[in-house]
Design a protein around this ligand. Structure first.
Ligand SMILES: C[S@@+](CC[C@H](N)C(=O)[O-])C[C@H]1O[C@@H](n2cnc3c(N)ncnc32)[C@H](O)[C@@H]1O
Length: 265
């Protein structure tokens, strides 16, 4: 994981070189449309407040749970007994990005979503509320964390989420044998190079021309930056968008020339 100083320096460099988020001067109609209708949509949505209330409750819960350690995603906490508020503060995607993903689901209407790394189910809820016809398959290794995620879904009356508990090194390949089509995936589990590339390879077999893959924290460490470079340059990826705290790739064949955009958000 990079130091706060290095990350801040990288963020400033990204911000200065990224395109204006108002969509002007954008040479890709897809990206222009994404910026105009999804990224810049600042209208509050009905699900935002209830989900944020749930996040606030988790951030105020000082109880501890026993957590199995999976992946390199929570560099802040190391021990097995962890406080719920501390996990919530370090693991959940901030609302700015979770709400962006909610709008992506509302706009592109993916039939099947995969989320690798459920944590307490806050981002999962945003994804699921994007379209009630969408099925969200979310994967979490820790049984204690998964139990709290299920409470989140119940508290928010969400019925289109299927939580798969277990190490996704095992549960993902199993899932992929019976559910071959994925329209959107959020990869937010094991923030290391090899696992990230492995999940990319595995998910690719289930991707179609319209699939959108979203990778978390692509600039979090040298390993994640290297994984992001490999993914961006993969021959099947035709368009990539770097929003610094997330990276988005598409496979649409209509984009004849591979394009990469850094977009301010
Ligand atoms: C960063 S958190 C996910 C946050 C969530 N997507 C959100 O935005 O609210 C990552 C989660 O992935 C889980 N995880 C990491 N590696 C895993 C693995 N190999 N198998 C199963 N779960 C894993 C961790 O237990 C942790 O709860």
């Amino acid at each position: 994981m990079y130091s706060h100083f290095t990350l801040a320096r990288k963020f400033i460099r990204y911000w200065l070189s990224a395109s204006n988020s108002k969509g002007h001067g954008m040479h890709s109609p897809f990206v222009f449309d994404f910026i105009t209708n999804v990224l810049n949509d600042q209208q509050p949505k009905p699900c935002y407040q209830p989900i944020e209330n749930r996040r606030a409750a988790l951030l105020n819960n000082s109880n501890s749970i026993e957590v199995e350690d999976f992946g390199a995603g929570s560099g802040v906490i190391r021990s097995n007994k962890r406080r719920i508020d501390k996990i919530a503060a370090s693991s959940l995607k901030p609302k700015k990005y979770a709400q962006l993903m909610h709008r992506m689901v509302s706009y592109y209407k993916p039939a099947t979503i995969v989320e690798l790394g459920t944590s307490f189910g806050v981002t999962t809820s945003y994804l699921a509320k994007g379209s009630e016809k969408t099925k969200v398959f979310t994967f979490e290794g820790s049984s204690a964390i998964a139990a709290i995620a299920n409470q989140t879904f119940e508290a928010l009356s969400i019925n289109n989420i299927i939580l798969q508990q277990g190490n996704f090194d095992i549960t993902l390949p199993e899932f992929l044998t019976s559910n071959p089509a994925i329209d959107l995936a959020f990869i937010d589990g094991n923030h290391r190079k090899q696992p990230t590339l492995q999940y990319f390879d595995q998910l690719q077999g289930a991707c179609n021309e319209n699939t959108i893959l979203i990778f978390d924290d692509i600039h979090w460490s040298a390993e994640m930056e290297s994984a992001w470079e490999t993914i961006k340059n993969h021959p099947s990826v035709t368009l990539s968008m770097d929003l610094f705290f997330i990276g988005i790739v598409l496979f649409k064949k209509e984009f004849l020339v591979k394009q990469h955009f850094s977009i301010r958000h």
